[in-house]
Design a protein around this ligand. Structure first.
Ligand SMILES: C[C@H](O)[C@H](O)[C@H]1CNC2=NC(N)=NC(=O)C2=N1
Length: 94
């Protein structure tokens, strides 16, 4: 069972995740790609990483802008799983 992170732990982590912002019990990042197919291709890569981690983002796709929202539903808030996936998304987004 993933443990909920404290506000301090989240703030410390966000310092290393500059594209992300906290929204309550979630982390949110919008990634803009050069085209719709490229935006969807990134979604596909994120989906592979999420499946491998068994930890899945909420994804909002609007043309070239895709918003990823992370939270650990089973824990009712933010855990290390969210931080790990955020870092993976940053890596995949380039
Ligand atoms: C059964 C399966 O392990 C769980 O439903 C996983 C799937 N992916 C998940 N993703 C997220 N973001 N939160 C969860 O609590 C979660 N739980």
């Amino acid at each position: 069972m993933a443990e909920l992170l404290s506000d301090g732990e989240i703030d410390t982590a966000l310092a290393e995740l500059p594209g992300w912002r906290r929204a309550g019990d979630s982390l949110v990042r919008t990634v803009e790609s050069p085209s719709f197919p490229e935006a969807v291709e990134l979604v596909r890569k994120v989906a592979e990483a999420a499946e491998a981690a068994n930890h899945h983002p909420d994804i909002d796709i609007r043309w070239r802008k895709v918003t990823y929202t992370l939270s650990t539903h089973s824990a009712g808030g933010l855990t290390q799983l969210d931080l790990d996936l955020a870092a993976q998304i940053d890596s995949l987004a380039g």
